[in-house]
Design a protein around this ligand. Sequence first.
Ligand SMILES: [Fe+2]
Length: 182
Amino acid sequence: MGGNVLVGHIGQWPVGRYHKAHHHGAGAVLFILKSKGYTLIWPNEVGTHPYQAGREDAVVKIDWRPGGAFSPPSGWFHQHFNLGPEPARQLAFRYGSRINRIGFWEAGYRRDEGVMISTREGGTLIDYEDEDPEIRRQYEQALKGEGIECQMPPVDSPQAAVRVAIVQEYGDKKARQEDDGL
Ligand SMILES: [Fe+2]
C-alpha cells in the first residue's frame, strides 16, 4: 500500500489450527482469500472466558469462505478458526502506514503493541492455555464434522507447562522468541 495511509498484510495458518484471540482498535478489514472457517468475536468487557461467565450470548460467530470480508469492532476479541482442508489465508488492511501517518497513528501504534502481549501481562492476547475451554471443544467438534484432524497442541502438554513457566520467569517476549525458534 505504498504512498497510502493503509497498511496490509497476509496471514496464513495451517489445516486443523486456530489463532489466539486478541483485541485492538477498530479499522482492520479482513478479506478471506483461501479455505473456509469461522471467527468468534466478543466484547473484551465480557472477559477472556465468555462461556464460563455464562455470557455466550455475547459471542458472535462469523462463518467465512473465499470472497468474504468483515471487520472486528473496536475492543472486541476476535479469534480465527480454519475448518477447510487447505491452509487458511486472510488479507488484512488497517490504518498505520509509516510513510503517510495519519493523526492517530502514534496512539494506534502504542495501543496495538498490546496485541502481542498476553492478557496475563496486561496485553490483549489470550494464550491457548488461558482461553475458555469451550472454545477448543467447539472447534474440535466442528473439525470432526469436516473429517479433519485437530492439529492444535494440547494445552496441558509438557510443552505448554514449560511455556507457562518461561512466561512467569522471563516474560511473554522470551516465550514468544522460544515459539519462533529464536
Ligand atoms: Fe486483530
